[in-house]
Design a protein around this ligand. Structure first.
Ligand code: KIV
Ligand code: ZN
Length: 497
């Protein structure tokens, strides 16, 4: 029978403490509910002693989410533990996560202490936490840079004191995969009472090794992994949940039971990204926009013949509708034929050759080939000019005004003007465009980037909209981000056939 690996999600604690990622209690509950749906075993809901907001979030998440264990972080300080226990009073399955630094840097420089006193404090904290709950996890902060012999002494002592889980954080993301694995193996082989507790990994990504280190820890005997959605977290982040889950799912020789509904991975990623206002990099493993997009001709041809030639994961397994074949100057005939078929055009081989030559010269000039471009290349485009052009834009916003936008757009030889209000100037302008184009669409992704760093900089806006089950991308660039946003939306709408 396959062994269980417990998924401990710390998005709401380790990732949430990143500047700019703060969530309010309602948002945290939404994320916690989604994590429950995803199937995680433990939700680290916060650090209650750190602020009244964190305390309240742990209380409310404990009330709202019943299946997973709800965990609260503390330092090895009695008061912290008392506060955590109070915050967890509504949790069906409460866990207190307490700990202290164990590396020389922490013992001597941060805590001004000695190894013996650290063990005493660790044991006292675990004993105190056990007065409140049966499930106590201990973390040895900076275990990644702690000598294995001392780490083994700490771990043995805290298990004797009642710890049910021992967390071995690579707090600074320093370890190499084989070193981290050896650290876990050392504990498995040298701590006499190790079988009384679960070993947990907690890896940071400073050297880009977090997922590799986590898997190395699992292979060596860890049975809990601490992860965050999209790998968010302090500095370079924590281990990405989606990477560990899919690495295990893809390898039949890693016969572990995870209990994760992988089809909820993309939904979870999108929710966290939008609530924490942290866009996912396009090439991010599993959840990036390009993770299942193929653009070179050789790859496209292969994927169209058999998906497995260039894909190790079926996109539907992680909640992505399908892999996408992007038309670029490097696409081959197979990709072009695939897209033409999608819009109901079935050319004879010599017609395809002809369309392909025209396509190549257009693709050399234009990065993004739209359905409408294909129709024109295939001689099917109707003559009506469907491209929307922004003629004028006026926005009114500020602290004491309802944001309102008036947008003037020309298409098909006419000019149309509409005004609308919204949550902000961009939302107001988008609402005005909806009125003008009469298109029903949903904005799926909206990303503003500055090209350099000054406030006078050119803003680039990428937008992704869905219309009748299909996705359309639009792009705009302008020194005024509202204008860039409007241009990007018009670009995307113009691609709807
Ligand atoms: O990285 C770390 O050491 C931590 C602990 C507080 C668990 O986040
Ligand atoms: Zn951490």
């Amino acid at each position: 029978m396959s062994e269980k690996i417990y998924i401990f999600d710390t998005t709401l604690r380790d990732a949430e403490q990143v500047p700019g990622c703060q969530l309010n209690t309602i948002e945290k509950i939404e994320v916690a509910r989604q994590l429950e749906k995803l199937g995680v075993d433990v939700i680290e809901a916060g650090f209650p002693a750190s602020s009244p907001g964190d305390f309240n979030s742990v209380v409310e998440i404990s009330k709202a989410v019943k299946r997973p264990i709800i965990c609260a972080l503390t330092r090895a300080v009695e008061k912290d533990i008392d506060i955590a226990a109070e915050a967890l009073k509504y949790a069906v399955h409460p866990r207190i996560h307490t700990g202290i630094g164990t590396s020389d840097y922490h013992i001597y420089e941060k805590l001004n202490s000695t190894p013996e006193k650290i063990i005493e404090r660790a044991v006292a904290a675990v004993r105190h936490a056990r007065k409140y709950v049966d499930d106590v996890e201990f973390y040895a902060e900076d275990a990644g840079r702690t000598a294995p012999e001392f780490l083994a002494r700490v771990v043995e002592a805290v298990i004797d004191a009642g710890a049910t889980v021992v967390n071995i954080p690579d707090t600074t993301g320093y370890c190499l995969p084989h070193e981290y694995g050896e650290k876990i193996a050392y504990l498995v082989n040298n701590v006499p009472n190790i079988k009384k507790a679960i070993i947990s990994t907690h890896c940071h990504n400073d050297l880009g090794m977090a997922t590799a280190n986590t898997l190395s820890g699992v292979i060596a005997g860890a049975r809990q992994v601490e992860v965050t959605v999209n790998g968010l977290g302090e500095r370079a982040g924590n281990t990405a949940m989606e990477e560990v889950v899919m690495a295990v799912a893809c390898h039949s020789n890693m016969d572990y039971e995870l209990g994760i509904n992988t089809r909820e991975i993309l939904n979870t990623s999108k929710l966290v990204s939008s609530l924490m206002r942290m866009p996912v990099q396009p090439n991010k493993a599993i959840v990036g926009r390009n993770a299942f997009a193929h653009s070179s001709g050789i790859h496209q041809d292969g994927v169209l013949k058999s998906r497995q030639t260039y894909e190790i994961i079926d996109p539907e397994e992680v909640g992505v509708d399908q892999s996408s074949i992007i038309l670029t100057a490097r696409s081959g005939r197979a990709a072009l034929k695939h897209h033409l078929k999608d819009i109901g055009i079935y050319p004879e081989p010599d017609e395809l050759d002809d369309i392909y030559q025209k396509f190549l010269s257009l693709a050399d000039k234009k990065k993004d080939i739209s359905i409408r471009d294909l129709e024109i290349l295939a001689g099917m485009g109707n003559k009506e000019n469907k491209v929307y052009k922004l003629e004028a834009l006026q926005v009114m916003c500020g602290t004491s005004t309802i944001p309102t936008a008036t947008v003037c757009v020309s298409f098909g030889g006419d000019t149309f003007t509409e005004s609308a209000s919204g949550n902000g100037p961009v939302d107001a302008a988008f609402n005005a465009i909806k009125n003008i184009t009469k298109r029903r669409f949903h904005v799926e992704e909206y990303l503003v980037q500055a090209i350099t760093r000054g406030s006078d900089d050119l803003g680039k806006v990428h937008v992704q909209i869905s219309h009748k089950g299909r996705m359309y991308y639009g792009f705009g660039a302008n020194t005024d981000v509202v204008s860039a946003s409007v241009e990007s939306l018009l670009d995307a709408i113009g691609k709807i056939s």
